[in-house]
Design a protein around this ligand. Structure first.
Ligand code: FAD
Length: 445
């Protein structure tokens, strides 16, 4: 008998319920990945993510070959290609992870139509708790993080599954060569993709310092595991199990962030339209100014801490969480630009760019989402003083200001020798206008 293990956002061998179920269902398993042009058309396939995906697939194929199997890659509509391969191989079952986005839900419907009872969808592959498992009485999802987190901590977790040591695969499964990285548009500092890179990063990262240092921009002490979680090179379920075994405040704080990830996924699964429309508070009084939007995208707002974040994004395809928060807040609450403009820019560059995490974090910051204090504001200057107290993060990413010592780098307009930095722009809105706008966003005016 033959089973197909259809890989999507779960590009790993460890702790993999799909692969595990396929192996239990048949004596030969065909691992399949479909490059679906509709994924690209939906805007999810940015150059950074395509480059990372190419690494992930090469790594997965290598791992499969090491246990006697290999990855088949096909191109086309996922449901059609999978059904075609199932016919070619006479596969009795097809196994796939349950998805969360509207796109993934449509793909699953297509697979069900094409395959009927042969399709087996597995929960708890992409998140620790599947959307819909941890719910308040009478509702389909939690709208507030704190009670979700409490219930999430109590919920049963499935045991971690070992990676298979051997996998028998049918001979000569026809497929295409593995995809390669796009030639252009890839950030120069992109991390390597794949399960091996993910596990190595996890092993070398020190979770113990996380509680104290996760907000420190210059220390850059967060895990950088988000791209690996986005592509499923690491299982979040395994990460929680490892962190709990380790214990301590760092591990606890880290697990809490993984709960945030699950939280956003369960919101999006229940309200797929929240990817585009305001989740809670309708806010349609956005200001339109393409020049301001472009200055923000380019990291040329004249507010160094904001520009540093946006330039880190361009260079690495990744940004520190604290910088994501303050650059997003600057766009929505200081420039009054529509959060969708910022979210689209993030999605075009982030290697971890994820509909659930990106769109719902943007909504949280913009005050249209799940934050119970939608008027919350982050003053970029105070954030800079607090999270980059001696200006190291700014000097790292804004070379025009690299010679300015200490925290003076956060307010270049106050420098006595301002004319020594002619390449750095003046503030896009004057600092007193910034303060005024933040006051009115908080409802103080
Ligand atoms: P760590 O601090 O080491 O956290 C561990 C893991 O927990 C992360 O890898 C991530 O999977 C998860 N996590 C941490 N914080 C959050 C959070 N607030 N929401 C959901 N999951 C979280 N994260 C993405 O994975 N993809 C996105 O597209 C994305 N867009 C964002 C947009 C905005 C405006 C904001 C404010 C945050 C966004 N985040 C996104 C969440 C967070 O910034 C990143 O997950 C984090 O910076 C990744 O770095 P890390 O792996 O070192 O995180």
């Amino acid at each position: 008998t033959v089973a197909i293990a259809l890989f999507t956002q779960d590009l790993r061998l460890h702790d993999h319920p799909v692969l595990h179920a396929a192996r239990n269902a048949a004596d030969r398993v065909a691992p399949l990945f479909v490059r679906d042009p509709r994924v690209d058309a939906a805007g999810f396939a940015a150059p950074n993510r395509l480059a990372f995906l190419a690494d992930c697939l090469a790594d997965l194929d290598g791992s499969l070959r090491a246990i006697g199997s290999r990855l088949t890659v096909r191109r086309g509509d996922t449901a059609e290609e999978t059904a075609r391969l199932a016919t070619e191989l006479g596969a009795a079952t097809v196994h796939v992870a349950a998805g969360v986005t509207a796109f993934a839900q449509r793909r699953e419907n297509g697979l069900r139509t094409a395959l009927g009872d042969r399709l087996q969808v597995h929960d708890g592959v992409l998140t620790v708790q599947p959307p819909g498992r941890v719910t308040p009485a009478g509702r389909d999802h939690y709208a507030v993080f704190t009670p979700y987190h409490r219930a999430w901590q109590q919920a049963h977790r499935r045991p971690v599954l070992p990676a298979p040591r051997a996998l028998h695969t049918p001979e000569d499964v026809p497929g295409e060569p593995l995809p390669t990285a796009p030639a252009r548009g890839v950030s120069p500092g992109l991390p390597p993709g794949g399960e091996h890179a993910a596990r190595s990063r996890r092993q070398h990262w020190d979770v113990d310092g996380y509680a104290d240092l996760h907000d420190d921009l210059a220390a850059d002490a967060t895990s950088h595991l988000s791209p690996y979680l986005h592509f499923g090179c690491l299982s979040p379920n395994e990460l929680v199990a490892l962190a709990e075994r380790r214990g301590g405040p760092g591990a606890e704080a880290f697990v809490r962030q993984l709960a945030w990830r699950d939280f956003h996924h369960q919101v999006l699964a229940a309200r797929p339209e929240a990817a585009h429309s305001d989740y809670r508070t309708r806010h349609d009084r956005w200001h339109h100014d393409e020049k301001e939007a472009e200055a923000w995208r380019q990291g040329r707002t004249g507010y160094p801490i904001v520009d540093a974040g946006l330039r880190q994004l361009a260079h690495q395809g990744w940004m520190h969480n604290r910088a994501r928060l303050l650059t997003a807040c600057f766009l929505a609450k200081s420039l009054h630009l529509d959060w969708r403009i910022g979210a689209a820019h993030f999605l075009a560059l982030l290697v971890d760019g994820d509909v659930a995490n990106n769109q719902l974090n943007w909504q949280w910051v913009a005050g249209t989402g799940t934050d119970t204090r939608p008027n919350r504001v982050l003053n970029p200057l105070l954030q800079a003083d607090r999270y980059d107290p001696d200006g190291t993060y700014v000097r790292r990413w804004v070379p025009e200001l690299a010679a300015v010592p200490g925290r003076a780098v956060h307010r270049p307009w106050q420098l006595p020798d301002r004319d020594r930095y002619p390449d750095y722009p003046d503030p896009i809105i004057p600092p007193d206008t910034l303060t005024q706008r933040l006051r009115s966003a908080r409802g103080l005016d």
